[in-house]
Design a protein around this ligand. Structure first.
Ligand code: GLY
Length: 260
């Protein structure tokens, strides 16, 4: 970083932080400056390679609900993280309304904050939104108007798994403009959603136009994570483009909690 100046001016100084060991999880709160609601916790897969190896990416897949954030942990995240942040911001005269993305490390001593963002996460959103059984637009409206009336978002008793289909080479150099085949196979599908990320039209064809090209989400009608993982991998078999790359272990880290 210093020797070769690989980050340019952004690498002129560094911050040394506590190393946190554990699994990462994302919890989203929708806040109106005072009140808030949370959604199903999710887990992202940040590294490019299976087994969480290789370079960091924007996220190569996600699943929700994240079993590691059980009801006890969820209560701790609210009490120890979300509520102090909202109280503190209100006290400082800038009450926070909007989405609060809590990027967490679940350590041996409990949840710790890796980062906050004032947005939802990608690809976590692709597994969190399909599980909401409340009127999402109404929730956003109430938060924006600073008058959230709902205390708990109603959640479907389902599981969602999203696999990111990426351009080969990502997160380093990759080619674009590759025709994407198979998108038509999902019309009328209710349990699979193909989210477009790095795509564009070229004439009447859809072609790749980014590193992370598609997020393919399968929604399992029961809470069985293993079955939903299989449905997501079956879905991506129907789609192809030259150089396509995806992780083959999305969701696996959640399976060890299945019997909880
Ligand atoms: N999935 C990571 C992020 O949205 O920042």
């Amino acid at each position: 970083m210093f020797g070769e100046n690989i980050f340019g001016a952004a690498g002129d100084s560094i911050v040394i932080e506590e190393f946190m060991r554990g699994e990462e999880a994302s919890v989203f709160a929708l806040c109106d400056g005072e009140r808030y609601v949370t959604f199903a916790p999710a887990q992202d897969h940040k590294r490019i390679g299976d087994g969480d190896t290789g370079k960091n990416t924007g996220g190569m897949g996600a699943f929700a609900p994240a079993r590691i954030v059980d009801s006890t942990l969820r209560a701790r995240v609210k009490k120890e993280i979300i509520e102090p942040v909202l109280d503190g911001m209100k006290r400082e005269g800038c009450p926070y309304a909007g989405f609060l993305y809590c990027g967490l490390m679940i350590t041996d001593v409990g949840p710790k904050v890796v980062e906050f963002n004032c947005r939802l996460g990608d690809p976590e959103t692709q597994v969190v939104l399909p599980l909401i059984d409340s009127d999402f637009a109404q929730l956003c409206f109430e938060a924006a108007e600073r008058k959230l009336t709902v205390k708990n978002v109603s959640q479907k008793n389902e599981t969602a798994v999203c696999i990111v289909m990426a351009s080969g080479g990502y997160p380093d150099a990759y080619s674009s403009g590759k025709e994407i085949f198979g998108l038509d196979k999902f019309s009328g599908e209710t349990q699979t959603v193909v989210f477009h990320a790095g795509t564009k039209f070229s004439g009447d064809k859809v072609v790749t136009a980014g590193g992370r090209v598609l997020g393919v989400t399968a929604i399992g009608e029961n809470k069985n994570l293993g079955e939903t993982i299989n449905s997501a991998y079956d879905a991506i078999k129907k789609i192809s483009f030259d150089g396509e790359y995806h992780r083959t272990d999305v969701g696996q880290k959640g399976l060890k909690y299945e019997t909880r």
